[in-house]
Design a protein around this ligand. Sequence first.
Ligand SMILES: *Cc1c(COP(=O)(O)O)cnc(C)c1O
Length: 225
Amino acid sequence: MDADAASNLAAINERIARAHARFGAPPERVELVAVSKTFDAEAIEPFLAAGQRVFGENRVQEAKDKWPAFRELYPDVTLHLIGPLQTNKAREAVALFDVIETVDRDKLAGVLAAEMARAGRTLPCFVQVNIGLEDQKAGIAPAEAVEFVQRCRSVHGLNIVGLMCIPPDGVPPGPYFAHLATLGRDAGVGSLSMGMSGDFEIGIAMGATHVRVGSALFGHRPPLI
Ligand SMILES: *Cc1c(COP(=O)(O)O)cnc(C)c1O
C-alpha cells in the first residue's frame, strides 16, 4: 500500500470528521469525493487499496480510459461526474458514472433522462448552480435554481438529490456556500456538494454533505496545456 496515499487519505478523513463534529449539523456523515482527474491509474490505485471508493472525474473520455478496469477489481466504486457534460456525451456518461453532479440546463436534463430510461439506470443527480454568476463557470443561475430542480423532477423525471457549486476564486467562499444551502432548502433537496481542497471545512460548516477533494489527496495537478 502506498504510504503517502494512505496517510493523505487518513488526514483528509480526519479533517472532515473533525469539521463535521465541530460544526455539527446533519447529515450523519460527509461523503468524500476523491477527485482523480488528470491522475493516472497508477496514482489512483493506492487510494483504492487504502479503502477509498467514491471518486470524481470531470471528463467522460478520461473516465472511460481509467475506470472500467478498476471497476472489475473494485465493484463497489461510485464514480461522480463533476465536469460539464455535452448532450452528445450523455449516453456514455450514463454508462460510466453513478452520480451526475453537473445538470445545469433543460436540454441536458431531457437528454440525460432519455438516456437513463434507455439504459434502465436511474442515476442520482445534482443540479450545478453558478453561485457567483460568473461567465466562465457552468451552472444554472441562482435565481432559476429552485424552479429548475422542480422542472427536472416533474417534466423530466430526474432523481435530483442535491445542488453543487464552485464558488468564485479569491474571495471568501462562506457566503456562497450559505446561499447554496438556502437554495437547497427551498428546492427540497437533501444533498449539497460544496468544498474543495482549499475550503472543504467551510463547506462542511455551511452544511455540505459531499466535498470534492483533489489536490489535497493526490498532489498538485500538472497545469492544463
Ligand atoms: C478539480 C475539481 C475539484 C477538486 O479541486 P481541488 O482544489 O484539487 O481539491 C473539485 N470540484 C470540481 C468541479 C473540480 O473540477
